[in-house]
Design a protein around this ligand. Sequence first.
Ligand code: NDP
Length: 452
Amino acid sequence: MSYVRDFLGWAKEKNPNEPEFLQAVTEVAETLEPVFERHPEWAEDRVLERLSEPERAVSFRVSWLDDSQRVRVNRGYRVQFSSAIGPYKGGMRFHPTVNLSVLKFLGFEQIFKNSLTGQAIGGGKGGSDFDPKGKSESEVMRFCQALMCELWRHLGPDTDVPAGDIGVGSREVGFMYGMDKKLRNAWTGVFTGKDPASGGSLIRPEATGYGVVYFASEMMEAHGESLEGKRCVVSGSGNVAQYTVEKLIEIGAKPVTMSDSGGFIHDPDGITREKLDWVKELKNERRGRISEYAEKYKGMEYTETGGDSGVTGPWELECYGVFPCATQNELDEKSAKRMVESGVRLVAEGANMPSTNEAIKVMQDAGVLFGPAKAANAGGVAVSALEMAQNSQRQAWTREVVDARLQDIMKRIFGACCEAAEKYGKKEDYLSGANIAGFEKVAQAMRFQGVL
Ligand code: NDP
């Protein structure tokens, strides 16, 4: 029995009710088979067992008062997965679907993603089942402050530095960071994704989406191709989707869709800068629905997703590039087969684990260029680490400096994926390359530090 198969059996027994976590663990472990053949010492160290068990996971009550003075109770979490190569680093997610399985999958992925950036950041993730949708600004603030009354004691600039994720944007980061600063009585910059006036880095809001397009462009360039003039399908309309669309427009590609949990819009002529600005205002200020796009701009199609429709996203449209930027498992095997039939060339994952493992196999078998999330969307956390560096130096870098660093980091990540894939005879398998390159550094650090 191979070490990896042995480990996966163990992980399934240990985490029987955590399907998302097991999915992420399986995807990584299966690509590491050749690594353990070459490095039996890492198998002896039980590196996978140790890496798949968080160093610490806290779950806590968050009680707060809504606007009608009713007491509300939510559950808060922080999963501190691995500090082998740096302080725990990973976002906070506020969404009703948040549970330990979801946060463990995100935290586990984060270990390898953060390692790939080449920066000194470990893996963590947190969040709450709180739903910011439909809440007033003061309710969101009271909730964030209540959550921080517990969370702050687990954080620190050299211990754990959270950021945003689904449902946590600049507004929520501001409220959490403010409360942390008050309780700690110290300006530590312990969140990233802050407003620049509070020590945030320029380009951080743009970084994940821009990084996805930089990574996709690297994949294209390596094959002598380009995204210019090509129809691209994007899902989501939040932070990552908005800046993916923005960069696609900037490089001359043609993004034609955006979505939210209600459905997607299709703009056959391509979403323009002006329309994207309108979407930003709709989503970030008015907190409206993407369906309003089809009311505002005549001739657009809006398709509802979910329910009995059987439609899960904009995956049936003919296109060249696909950028899933909403949420996990939004792209399944059936959708992948349809995409392949319609001739998709490239998939770059903006969201975390947006493709099921079966969908990935369909795409890779068909020769679609596949940029896995932990590499393609690492630009966000990479610029977060640059924000930490600026905070500790009490400096603020210009947009140009940060964007140049981001581009350089995405180039290096692509290079690291290619090199690791080639080293193990898996040329152009960027998924294996990302997992192997991310893993090797962490495994080496763990061996150096002894059994902990
Ligand atoms: P936002 O909250 O800004 O946007 C999320 C978008 O996804 C919204 O359009 C939302 O629609 C949609 N969405 C959320 N849940 C579902 C669902 N269950 N079904 C369909 N649509 C859904 O989050 P981000 O843009 O920050 O994050 C998007 C993805 O990118 C996540 O997977 C996140 O983990 C990942 N990511 C984010 C990074 C960042 O820097 N922000 C960094 C790296 C990865 P609705 O408004 O209707 O809920």
